[in-house]
Write a protein that binds this ligand. Structure first.
Ligand code: F6P
Length: 320
């Protein structure tokens, strides 16, 4: 049985990473295992910033955003030589398996290290974009969606007061999940995502007609990968001649105390990853499929592109 494992956070931080780390550490200790934390992601792995953790290391942690282990990108880990260095550092501490919390790119890096050198790896999906293939859910996505909805609620108040058009740019370079989910939940008139095309002239015409019929405001949620909200806002103001404002939410979407859903799901995934590793499982990603915790082959999770649920796209149009 595997007794000595390590955990690191990689990619971009997201709310719930700390709750997940807490679950990983406490599950490992509860099951008689030793657990090390790798500080500062893959860069820290290469620099041997590896420290054994105990139950108290993760106290006062479940409610905190960010990741207490830190995150740093490492170009060297993209090279085989770098991955060998990382592997050697783990072996030096007697570590027999690695858990990586992050997006699919981060998990893929560890998967490659596993294939090259035989270090068992288990991935836990953590990204506000909810774009990891094979899982309905990624850690942080619920908190981020709530942050965006909160902003939409506030922006609606001022948009309505001034009869303005308001564009809200949200994160999501290739995935519109965050924009779409928050757009539907926030009651936006339009949700623009990278996955579907939109016609700016048609949108402007519809907004003009809505205003002529007495509508007081229009809210457009724009995923950063669909368009620049700043540019789009200028065009919309020009074409409609209606006062238009743009808000770019930026990195506030990545911070904050995790929601109950993110805390619970992060805890479930953290526990599952450790138990799977203890059972000798490797090269999997743990995730959720219709409410159940599942295991997904790491190659499938990291080599496939998750698509946006077409039901969401349809619903957003119906309710606009
Ligand atoms: O976490 C993903 C993401 O939020 C993207 O949507 C966004 O473009 C990017 O991270 C920004 O990352 P950085 O921290 O490098 O600015």
């Amino acid at each position: 049985m595997i007794k000595k494992i390590a955990v690191l956070t990689s990619g971009n931080d997201c709310p719930g990473m700390n709750a997940c780390l807490r679950a990983v550490v406490r599950t490992a200790i509860h099951n008689g295992m030793h657990i090390w934390g790798v500080h500062n992601g893959y860069r820290g792995l290469l620099a041997d910033e590896i420290e054994e953790l105990n139950t108290r290391s993760v106290g006062d942690m479940i409610q905190r955003g960010g990741t207490f282990l830190g995150i740093a990108r490492s170009g060297e880990f993209f090279e085989e030589e770098g991955r060998k260095q990382g592997y050697d550092n783990l072996v030096k501490h007697g570590i027999e398996g690695l858990i990586v919390i992050g997006g699919s790119g981060s998990i893929k890096g560890a998967a490659t290290m596993s294939q090259e050198f035989g270090m068992p790896v288990i991935g836990i999906p953590g990204t506000i974009e909810n774009d990891v293939w094979g899982t309905d859910y990624t850690i942080g996505s619920d908190t981020a969606a709530n942050t965006v909805v909160d902003a939409i609620n506030k922006l609606r108040d001022t948009a309505s007061a001034h009869r303005r058009i308001v564009l809200i740019e949200v994160m999501g370079k290739t995935s519109g999940w965050l924009a779409m989910t928050a757009g539907i939940a926030g009651g936006a008139e339009y949700v623009l995502v990278p996955e579907t095309k939109f016609n700016i002239d048609q949108i402007c015409e519809e907004i003009r007609q809505d205003y002529a019929a007495g509508k007081r405001y229009s809210l457009l949620v724009v995923a950063e990968g669909a368009a620049s909200a700043t540019e789009l806002g200028k065009q919309i103001q020009e074409k409609t001649e209606i006062d238009t404002r743009v808000t770019i939410l930026g990195h506030i979407q990545r911070g904050g105390s995790p929601t109950v859903q993110d805390r619970i799901n992060a805890s479930l995934l953290g526990e599952k990853a450790v138990l799977a590793m203890a059972e000798g499982k490797k090269d999997i990603v743990v995730g959720f499929d219709t409410g159940e915790v599942v295991e997904i082959p790491i190659d499938e999770a990291t080599n496939n592109k998750k698509t946006l649920d077409t039901e969401f796209i349809r619903l957003a149009k119906v309710l606009a």
